[in-house]
Design a protein around this ligand. Structure first.
Ligand SMILES: [Mn+2]
Length: 470
């Protein structure tokens, strides 16, 4: 029986296993991003983009390019610099500085495009070894009216660059401004084009498969790590280079820890699992959470909380409409959550009391939605009308939703042990439901809702595993 079911699993997922890896956009796609960026900047601007060096410690999932640097260059190797100088003479408009070919080094750390590859494959008009940036930069910066930089958190690089820029400015008569171009790139990244949406869909589909794999192995007596392993296996086998973020698989007392990091506890009958895990695919992140009982059947308390969160999530998703403000998603989910918690007696007073006292925060301590894309908490402004603290930010994100934006909708309820005035039957129950939603002209397009989400579908998906625990 086991062998048979394995064959079925492989057959179902063979399409993903058979692919040659994530689709990679061509050089013209990145060139279009560079052109769009310089079109937003004043004439005479020079743009310097940093692709960070590899961190010293050889730990983690290996080097991942900075999202904005990749978005503008397509270059994925560490330690690079790109210079855009649209008004310069031909040959100086797009210059790349990269690690040169060197087999002695490449045989340790991986193959490089090298200076020639930077021109041939990445469309640089000129290219130099990255060591020569300091030497070459004065001639590339000279005559520019304004510097725009993207430092990718490499402060040492930024400080040196600005010093070089100020030295040039001191030699002239006019003041030369220098500014961070990251917010401009962030706004560009906020709206995804068809190629990006296609890759995001693949990231999400693979993550949905991973959630099914976790549901199939969840049962009492199993370690949380078994669910995590099943999901990581599915993501990597499907072509993901890494997970989109550190997986969160928390059962029972861990289900109320929003970002529980360990995944090493034996799960017990009667507990809830909050499983917030997703793949990164072709550098695009999915972000999906499912919550379900360890033993595959919802208890009355689990069901009561789950139904509230699911209704809140559906109310939030319904607000993912072009022209709406981003905070409307949170508003809608919040209203349903508070109404449900009041009806259960877990919150006391009127909806107004709850909002004024923020008593809801004891059970719902996070926001409902964030941008999704190359980064799991993707770049792009939320345009907070009231940025005082996070509670006011959640209700005041004034960014207008436009087709091509992708965001999460993820309300949750978490009842920690010893919550004041709360019957112990509710303790240690956590529920979060998170899906990835694309804004379209025709309304919300839930990319991840194929992962079992209704109670009946979750119980059905868990049946085979639950049967083994009897
Ligand atoms: Mn999220």
């Amino acid at each position: 029986m086991r062998v048979c079911s394995l064959v079925v699993v492989l057959a179902v997922s063979s399409s993903a296993l058979a692919t040659a890896g994530p689709p990679a956009p061509g050089p013209e796609w990145f060139a279009a991003h560079r052109a769009a960026l310089v079109a937003k900047l004043p004439a005479g601007a020079v743009v310097v983009l940093r692709g960070p060096a590899e961190p010293e410690a050889e730990v983690g999932d290996g080097y991942r390019p900075d999202s904005s640097f990749w978005y503008l260059t397509g270059f994925t190797e560490p330690d690079a610099v790109a210079v855009l100088r649209p008004s310069a003479a031909e040959g100086k408009r797009y210059v790349l500085f990269v690690k040169p070919k060197n087999w002695t080094e490449e045989r340790w750390t991986g193959r490089r495009a090298g200076v020639e590859g930077a021109k041939a494959a990445y469309r640089a008009e000129a290219a130099f070894p990255v060591e020569e940036f300091q030497k070459e930069s004065p001639s590339l910066l000279a005559g520019a009216k304004a510097l725009f930089y993207l430092d990718a958190r490499d402060r040492a690089f930024r400080d040196k660059l600005i010093t070089a820029w100020q030295t040039l400015a001191a030699a002239g008569t006019e003041s030369l401004p220098a500014s961070d171009v990251a917010p401009v790139v962030a706004q560009m990244r906020l709206v995804k084009d068809a190629a990006e949406i296609a890759i995001l869909r693949e990231a999400v589909n693979l993550s949905v498969e991973a959630h099914r794999a976790a549901l199939a192995v969840a049962r009492p007596g199993v370690n949380e790590g078994v669910l995590k392993a099943a999901m990581v296996q599915r993501c990597l086998a499907g072509g993901a280079a890494r997970m989109a973020y550190a997986p969160i698989v928390g059962s029972g007392p861990n289900s109320v820890i929003l970002h529980y990091p360990d995944a090493n506890r034996i799960m017990q009958r009667g507990e809830m699992i909050v499983n917030d895990t997703a793949c990164e695919y072709g550098l695009y992140a999915a972000d999906v959470t499912r919550s379900y009982p360890v033993n595959g059947t919802f208890s009355p308390e689990q069901r009561a909380l789950y139904e509230i969160v699911l209704a809140a999530q559906k109310a939030g998703i319904a607000k993912v409409v072009a022209g709406a403000k981003q905070h409307e998603i949170h508003d809608a989910s919040y209203e349903v959550l508070v109404d449900g918690l009041l009806k259960l007696g877990l919150l006391k007073g009127t909806p107004d009391d709850v909002k004024t006292s923020r008593s809801y925060a004891a059970f719902f301590p996070h926001g409902t939605s964030h941008w999704l894309g190359l980064d799991v908490h993707d770049a792009g402004s939320y345009e907070f009308a009231d940025p005082k603290d996070r509670w006011t930010r959640y209700f005041s994100s004034n960014a207008t939703l436009r087709p091509g934006m992708v965001l999460t909708v993820e309300p949750g309820i978490y009842i920690p042990e010893k919550s004041e005035g709360v019957d112990p039957k509710w303790w240690n129950l956590g529920v979060r439901i998170e899906d990835d939603v694309l804004v379209t002209e025709k309304g919300p397009d839930c990319l991840s809702c194929a992962a079992p989400r209704e109670i009946a579908d979750l119980e059905k998906a868990m049946k085979p595993a639950a049967a083994q625990s009897r």
